[in-house]
Ligand binder design. Structure first.
Ligand code: PLP
Length: 365
């Protein structure tokens, strides 16, 4: 028998009742799509991953190692830090979530830049945390003074940034680290396609944490593995909040195999960067404003044949591509991002197909 007045939502905390969920990019069911909407690698992961994962199947009755010890040590060796400076997560989102759990409250505002990766805001909202949003200027340079002025215990900085693809300069990040009193989290999801990484600053700045992922350059988004590097005391703190078995056995083994295949990793990154160069040239030929990309995606402002641009024009191209089964991403909710579209770098063949459909749209727009 059901009780008519029973409403589980009414029993929830008020901030959970009004929560807006994070909206991930569409993961289409069924084939035939060119998927350029979630910055995945258009190539398979390292061929070493499958046998490594298969070798774990027989061990599935046993729990995985709680701190992903072999992977953790290999990550430490790769970055030339100590294993106690590494925490491995179920995607880097898991580690970002732990940071929010530890530092966000209604009283203490966590700082984020806008625009940036919007999951930060959602996680802070789940925690009923105070949010301190700092707008990026149109130049997209790091607003160091404004960020320092927040006095926040924690700041998330996507570096290079998303959805713009633009990298902050190393000098500006360093001057922020010198002056910021809280922890600066550099979310380096896309850094393998960029020119510099904050890992080289870890030894000098104990208030720096760098997060990384296997979801982009390693082609393992479906496996869900990410990690963070930082001061051992911070890692130990986050370890207390972590799910005991946050990274499953298959994920630990697969990510380790991918990490150790350095030549394959370098090869696919080089391919993505080469395709990026060609695609950026094609956008320049169209005369569209496109930000200089240090990531595996580009952020471009589509124009009609008579030079118009804006929210509706971006929406029109988005729809046209969608109807041709090409998925990209639009960000209509901020004036800086609304006239632009974010397009992940696919294979050369996928980018050629995309360009053909854009030509078609431009002829009719
Ligand atoms: C800036 C940024 N950080 C983190 C992530 C999530 O990474 P993961 O798959 O490791 O959770 C993404 C994914 O799109 C991202 O864009």
């Amino acid at each position: 028998m059901t009780i008519p007045e029973f409403d589980p939502q009414q029993l929830a905390l008020p901030h959970i009742r009004s929560l807006q969920a994070y909206v991930p990019g569409v993961q289409p069911v069924g084939g035939g799509w060119i998927k350029l909407n979630t910055n995945e690698l258009p190539y398979p992961c390292s061929p070493r991953v499958a046998p490594a994962v298969a070798a774990e199947i027989g061990k599935l009755p046993l729990y995985p190692h709680p701190t992903s010890i072999a992977l953790r040590q290999a990550i430490a060796d790769y970055h030339n830090v100590k294993a106690d400076q590494v925490i491995v997560g179920n995607g880097s989102d898991d580690v970002i979530n732990l940071l929010v759990r530890a530092y966000s409250s209604p009283e203490r505002g966590v700082a984020v830049t806008v625009p940036s990766y919007s999951l930060y805001q959602t996680l802070i909202a789940i925690q009923n945390g105070k949010l301190q949003e700092v707008e990026l200027p149109p130049s997209l340079e790091l607003p160091v003074d404004a960020l320092v002025a927040t006095g926040a215990p924690l700041l998330f900085l996507t570096s290079p940034n998303a959805p713009t693809g633009v990298a902050f300069s190393k000098d500006s990040v360093e001057s922020l680290l010198k002056r910021f009193s809280g922890i600066v989290v550099l979310d380096e999801a896309y850094v393998d396609f960029a020119q510099w990484s904050g890992v080289e600053l870890l030894a000098s700045y104990p208030n720096l944490m760098v997060t990384r992922t296997f979801s982009k350059s390693y082609g393992l988004a479906g496996l869900r593995v990410g990690y963070a590097l930082g001061d051992a005391r911070l890692v130990e703190l986050l370890d207390r909040l972590r799910d005991s078995y946050n990274v499953d056995r298959l994920a630990q083994a697969g990510a380790l195999a991918a990490l150790l295949d350095r030549s394959y990793h370098a090869e696919v990154i080089a391919k993505v960067k080469a395709t990026r160069t060609v695609f950026l040239r094609s956008l320049a030929l169209r005369g569209w404003h496109t930000y200089p990309s240090q990531t595996n995606f580009v952020f471009t402002r589509p124009e009609t044949s008579d030079g118009q641009f804006g929210l509706n024009i971006a929406g029109s191209l988005f729809e046209h591509l969608y109807n041709s089964r090409i998925l990209i991403r639009k960000f209509p909710n901020h004036p800086l991002t609304a006239p632009y579209l974010r397009i992940s770098i696919g294979t050369d063949a996928q980018m050629d197909a995309l360009n053909e459909i854009i030509d078609q749209w431009q002829q009719n727009a």
